[in-house]
Design a protein around this ligand. Structure first.
Ligand code: T3D
Length: 296
């Protein structure tokens, strides 16, 4: 038996009957996906995106990637959007790569080119989030595993429900943290904790994640969306360009020495100092009125 066929059979023989198996062919199939894999809702200046594959804990398929990237792009292009919130439908946030997606098998039936999948979808997703012109908040409603965990951690602020958890599930399937995990984790929690989480694949409860400084806040399950949307509304009223530049400067300063960071600050402040938001912020301060920021 060829290597490709062995790989395909290995996956297929171990999938639950009826869910992923096609009884008449050796190809992996899935039930037809409903549309709306990402639900899009606009609440004032806040764009709420809900990953919507609850039966598979919102794990990433190619189709979900496509809809999510398109929804983020649309939010980035819409000047009325000043903050984005991402959450998950059902009991999970996102279980990472859908391990039964057809992309998990290559065209010749052999092992997938995981590197190609990363290049094609995960890298663009992570970079899109990190370059949004407005703040992105992850409202983690349940388990966030593998690339689902690191997608959340790549957002600007993470609010998680007490019942949520974070799992670096990669080691359990012979991979390394991706979707930015190798860069994000050590910076968020330090090398010791990052390696421990990545090597063990242990489930980290949201409360512990908050205590370790890995996320912004852990709240009661029932308060999650109210908290995340209120935070988004607060950020939406702030100077979007300055917030996006803050994110970019923090990321860039990671690779600089102290003097380099000071030079970076001077360069960015020079640009922001010429913006309308700076003038508006100072005027509003002296006029003792709320500012109306418009730069983006
Ligand atoms: O191409 C590439 O692979 C590159 C990209 C890699 C990036 C990655 O994300 S690799 C990591 C992939 N993710 C995982 O390994 C996590 C797998 N899932 C789990 O370990 C567990 O499901 C959880 C710990 C996340 C949750 O456990 P639990 O007990 O709460 O739920 P469950 O019963 O395991 O899952 C519920 C359903 O969701 C279940 O389906 P069923 O049995 O009810 O029909 C399960 O199969 C499905 N599901 C969960 N995760 C995935 C999934 N289906 C497909 N892919 C998944 N990742």
């Amino acid at each position: 038996m060829g290597r490709g066929l062995r790989w395909r059979n290995l996956i297929q023989d171990n999938l639950p009957t009826g869910r992923y198996k096609n009884p008449t062919s050796t190809l992996l199939i899935r039930h037809p996906m409903p549309d709306n894999l990402v639900l899009v809702d606009t609440q004032g200046p806040v764009r709420l995106l809900t990953l919507n594959r609850p039966a598979q804990l919102n794990s990433f398929t190619m189709a979900l990637h496509g809809e999510l990237l398109a929804a983020l792009e649309a939010a980035a292009q819409d000047a009325a959007v000043r903050a984005v919130v991402v959450t998950g439908a059902g009991r999970g946030f996102c279980a990472g790569q859908d391990l039964a997606d057809p992309t998990m098998v290559s065209a010749d039936g052999g092992p997938p080119d995981v590197g190609a999948v990363i290049e094609r979808v995960y890298r663009p997703l992570a970079l899109r989030v990190r370059s949004m012109p407005v703040p992105v908040i992850a409202a983690v409603n349940g388990v966030a595993a593998g690339a689902g965990a690191n997608f959340a951690l790549g957002c600007d602020m993470v609010v998680a429900a007490r019942g949520a958890s974070f799992i670096q599930a990669f080691s359990k399937i012979g991979l390394i943290p991706d979707c930015g995990g190798t860069w994000l984790l050590p910076r968020l929690v330090g090398r010791a904790q990052a390696l421990g989480l990545a090597m063990t694949g242990n489930k980290l409860p949201a409360e512990d994640a908050a205590r370790m400084g890995m996320i912004w806040q852990c709240v009661d399950d029932a308060a999650l969306m109210e908290t995340a949307m209120a935070l988004a509304a607060k950020l939406a009223a702030m100077p979007a360009k300055a917030l996006a530049e803050t994110r970019r400067a923090f990321d860039e300063a990671m690779g600089l020495d102290y003097a380099g960071a000071l030079a970076l600050e001077a360069r960015v402040q020079r640009e922001l100092g010429h913006g309308r938001d700076f003038a508006e912020g100072v005027m509003a301060f002296f006029a003792k009125r709320p500012p109306n920021f418009t730069d983006r």
